[in-house]
Ligand binder design. Structure first.
Ligand code: C2E
Ligand code: CA
Ligand code: CA
Ligand code: CA
Length: 275
């Protein structure tokens, strides 16, 4: 009836208002998070499939909110991107990761996630250079993870930024490979140093013949192009054995270690070294 329709409409309006308020509150909180030091970087081990040597770590952001508790990046990175807050946050991530890993000479390298919004900001390469210089971290120990969505528009501009970054000596990995519009052409054109095979392909490895076939094809292709590979979300030994057999160079996942705070990661490295 008409009455019900009005009621439903009012309900939607209230729901929309509630969501808008919630978003506003989260945005205000996020602004404060940076200055109040509520953001943390966690580190997740990356290992070689051959011998499970620790080769590096991926830095992953965490937000220790005073009331909401530990807020996962999926719950605030999109908002940070919409509001532009990702620029100062991303800057903080870059500087913190470089400073931290400069103190861990035994660790090969650190991988840092870079949002498309951050990447497209004027002077991004200068910020990367500053982070390297002020931390004293060798450029070869820094890897930037970008997603293919970066490449969709302004190809020439993106190529120019990538060239600037390469000149610094940092390496570039394509994150979440296989989930977007990635093609052979992109990989070649942008000369990625590494692809990170998305967790969704690793999940069913060994169980579904399709997953194995996809992984094999991706690895064959990356090998042909001289691009290194990392498989994300490795949770069991069966997946690891298959990846190793198919020639994937690196793996990352709960099987080797969850993302952990810096002090815990220090302990983790100490144990790995004596083995
Ligand atoms: P991502 O870059 O694809 O990061 C990998 C995600 O997979 C991480 O989630 C990690 O905790 C999770 N993971 C690792 N191993 C396993 C596993 O074996 N099984 C399962 N089920 N999950 C695993 P996290 O830390 O919640 O990060 C989510 C996303 O948030 C990241 O996805 C990345 O896109 C974004 N993110 C995280 N930190 C940053 C950052 O500093 N800057 C930017 N721009 N984005 C970030
Ligand atoms: Ca990543
Ligand atoms: Ca990923
Ligand atoms: Ca992801």
């Amino acid at each position: 009836s008409k009455e019900e329709g009005r009621g439903t409409f009012r309900f939607f309006q209230e729901e929309m208002n509630r969501r808008l308020q919630e978003r506003k509150a989260l945005e205000a909180d996020l602004r404060r998070a940076l200055s109040e030091g509520e953001l943390r970087l966690y580190y997740q081990p990356q290992v070689s499939t051959n011998g499970e040597r620790l080769v590096g770590a991926e830095a992953l952001i965490r937000w220790q909110h005073p009331e909401r508790g530990n807020v996962r990046p999926d719950q605030f990175i999109p908002l940070a991107e919409e509001t532009g807050l990702i620029v100062p946050i991303g800057d903080w991530v870059l500087r913190t990761a470089c400073r931290q890993v400069a103190e861990w000479p035994a660790l090969g390298r650190v991988a840092v996630n870079v949002s498309p919004v951050q990447f497209r900001q004027a002077g991004f390469a200068d910020k990367v250079r500053d982070a390297l210089v002020s931390s004293g971290l060798e450029a070869s120990r820094l890897e930037l993870e970008i997603t293919e969505s970066i490449l969709l528009n302004d190809t020439e501009e993106m190529l120019a930024i990538l060239a600037e970054l390469r000149e610094l000596g940092v390496s570039i990995a394509m994150d979440d490979f296989g989930t977007g519009y990635s093609s052979l052409g992109y990989l070649r054109k942008f000369r990625f140093d590494k692809i990170k095979i998305d967790r969704s392909f690793v999940r069913n490895l060994g169980e579904s013949p399709d997953s194995t076939a996809i992984i094999r094809a991706v690895l064959g292709m990356s090998r042909a192009l001289g691009i290194r590979s990392n498989a994300e979300g490795v949770e069991d030994m069966g997946q690891m054995a298959l990846l190793s057999q198919e020639g994937c160079e690196e793996a990352q996942g709960f099987l080797f270690g969850h993302p952990m705070p810096a002090d815990e990661f220090s302990g983790f490295m100490a144990i790995r070294e004596v083995r």
